[in-house]
Design a binder for this molecule. Sequence first.
Ligand code: SF4
Ligand code: FE
Length: 484
Amino acid sequence: MPMMNAQTYEESLRRLNLVVYLFGKRLTTVVDEPIIRPSMNAVAATYDLAHRPEYADIMTATSHITGMSINRFCHIHQSTDDLVKKSKMGRLLGAYTACCFQRCVGMDALNALSITTYDIDKKKGTDYNRRFLDYLRYVQENDLVCDGAMTDPKGDRGLPPHRQPDPDAFMHVVEEKKDGIVVRGAKAHQTGAVNSHEVIVMPTLSLKKEDADWAISFALPSDARGITYIIGRQSSDTRKREEGTIDRGNRAFGGHEALIVFDDVFVPWERVFMYKEFEFAGDLVERFASYHRQSYACKVGVGDILIGAAQTIARFNGTDSTSHIRDKIIEMNHLNETLYCGCIACASEGSRQPSGTYCVDTLLANVHKQNVTRFPYEIARLAQDIAGGLLATLPSEQDFRSSEVGGWVQKYFRARSDVPTEHRMRILRLIENITMGSAAVGYLTESMHGAGSPQAQRIMISRLVDMERKQKRAKELCGIIDET
Ligand code: SF4
Ligand code: FE
């Protein structure tokens, strides 16, 4: 099957029979719900851009199992060049949609599993890698979106899975059958969940022997029986149901997250990629986390838009030639390009794993993500500084269009006489959307907590840096020879 485009992707979603709840009610048509649709549009962009000749090199790749040209989101990285192109793809799509385009989690889950299933088989003589490759072929040939589902609800953070008062706080196996397993639990904060054809489940943390029932990884169709989605709220989400487009900020695109509940769901053995090999749970988590920390190249693309918006509002306000505004724009660009350095560096310093898959440099991926937990917040702060307080006090589009008060909105919110008030409102709403509206979930909160909260990266950095070597050479250089 050739790669899907935006239209065939939308049609494929309409064929799914998802159980989705929003505001306490089951949705009858998921794709047409105004709160969901912008997020579907953002995923559709990953299909659309793959058909544009100017982006072919970044958006497509050659499958190492079929030799077919495929969407890069379904690809297993075969070189550091592939990894670098993945970072460039993230920036490209971030700057195209100005939001989370959701498809990276599945790509990262596929790549992590391509490594870990191979490693488990080598040590245990299991058959997971063959199952995985069969599954990968299915995903690539049908050009599917996979939700990479890692984060469990986790219950009491001080207790391991087997000691939780509610064992369902972490996804686990409840029954073993001849033809498969039955699982129960949930995955929280699932990016793009209802825009996915498949869901790939992984453990959420390193596990010990007592937690073997929780050491499971598998894939299922997103509409498998027993799976329910509960959509998460975002700031200003109901603006997407309003008339007009000004107050949405971003006319076309958005993201969504959901809680996915697995209520005794059957998984056939062919779709099980880890079953009680607890000693590999941490490895799978670490692989996925490293890939996903690299994926935050997307924030650089969203940053490009926010910087463009800040420059535009400065010009509309008549402040763009002021020295402190110019300096703030320089600072925003400096921070954004520093982020880009990180996601390019961890990709180009990646290495070949025994399975043949290339993985990013783990230390640099963690350093990059640590920067991502900070710099977008500073870029957002500077954008709000440049925009001015009107960002948070602007009347609605209905007032702007009102026959009674619209004239005053036009008159009193005009800045430069050659810039229409509506243009000023639109660019302010875009800045609002990214820094405090629904897209702030992706640009800020996701930057903080997605792919692991800041402390997770600090632990990895302390584990991965070679402090012995640093100290040894420092001592040699200053003449400390015999100190142990
Ligand atoms: Fe991809 Fe970024 Fe969205 Fe994560 S936050 S799924 S990396 S676009
Ligand atoms: Fe994420």
